[in-house]
Design a protein around this ligand. Structure first.
Ligand code: FPP
Length: 254
């Protein structure tokens, strides 16, 4: 049995040689799950239905990423700017997030997924905060995909938090101002113990970063598609990975 066949069998992948290089997979994929509202509008449905469909799609895509061997998947579920949306939409998104966390066990369907969140959880409801703690603890020793859900997350906000921590450490004499370096900042971000994203995918047609992982994406490869998030399927992930594998990452070198 070939290495690939063994890999597919071990990971319960039915058939497929997806025509990607398994030795050159992005370790960390980040996704801006955009286009839920337009998906609903096209069907004359309320935006909230689009978000529900988007949440179902996260399940499908996360499972697929785990199956092909991606180690980290970070998804943008609610930004620090999303509070500006109508209250009814914010409430729906919060309900969906709570529901997702409460039902984490069934979402994982026996797979070894480690679920974490990034962002400022202090502004979230007590119930969501409790579920974050519960699910993080429940899944902390799982060794498959790490699904990292960004909730009340903003890249600038995250850097402000890190800077405040550093300033406190300087004031308390724990570190010297002149010794502050990139690693010290990196370690104080919500993603402190994770590798930077290798590939950032944005469905929904927009081509901007929207305050997502702005420090971490200094050398990330970007891939965009017009497909709206609820319609985004494993074929699109595969297309993004294939394109990623053609790129020559130089990290500032030659
Ligand atoms: C952007 O689409 C999407 C969001 C602001 C929220 C993403 C949330 C989910 C996919 C569901 C909740 C997530 C979990 C983990 C349960 P948009 O509303 O801006 O779409 P539009 O650009 O078409 O209006």
């Amino acid at each position: 049995m070939s290495f690939l066949s063994r890999f597919f069998k071990k990971n319960n992948i039915d058939n497929e040689n997806f025509d990607i290089d398994y030795n050159n997979l992005p370790v960390h994929i980040a996704i801006i799950m955009d286009g839920n509202g337009r998906w609903a509008k096209e069907r004359r449905l309320p935006r909230t239905v689009g978000h529900k469909e988007g949440s179902n799609n996260l399940d499908r895509i996360a499972h697929f990423c785990g199956e092909i061997g991606i180690k980290y998947l970070t998804v943008y579920a609610f930004s620090t700017e999303n509070w500006k949306r109508p209250k009814s939409e914010v409430d729906t998104l919060m309900d969906l997030l709570l529901d997702y966390l409460k039902n984490a066990e069934s979402h994982m369907r026996g797979r070894s997924v480690r679920i974490r969140t990034i962002g400022d959880s202090s502004a979230l409801s007590k119930e969501i905060q409790e579920q974050i703690v519960r699910v993080t603890k429940l899944t902390e020793n799982n060794s498959g995909l790490t699904l990292n859900i960004a909730i009340n997350y903003g890249g600038r906000d995250e850097i402000v938090h890190a800077v405040k921590e550093l300033a406190r450490d300087v004031a308390e004499g724990k570190i010297k101002c002149d010794n502050i370096d990139e690693t010290m900042i990196t370690n104080r971000l919500y993603t402190g113990d994770m590798p930077d994203p290798d590939l950032l995918i944005r469905p929904g047609g927009e081509k901007r970063i929207s305050n997502f992982l702005i420090w971490q994406s200094a050398y990330t490869e970007f891939w965009y598609t017009d497909v709206l998030w609820p319609d985004f399927q494993k074929e699109h992930i595969l297309e993004a990975i294939k394109e990623y594998q053609k790129r020559n990452r130089r990290f500032g070198g030659v």
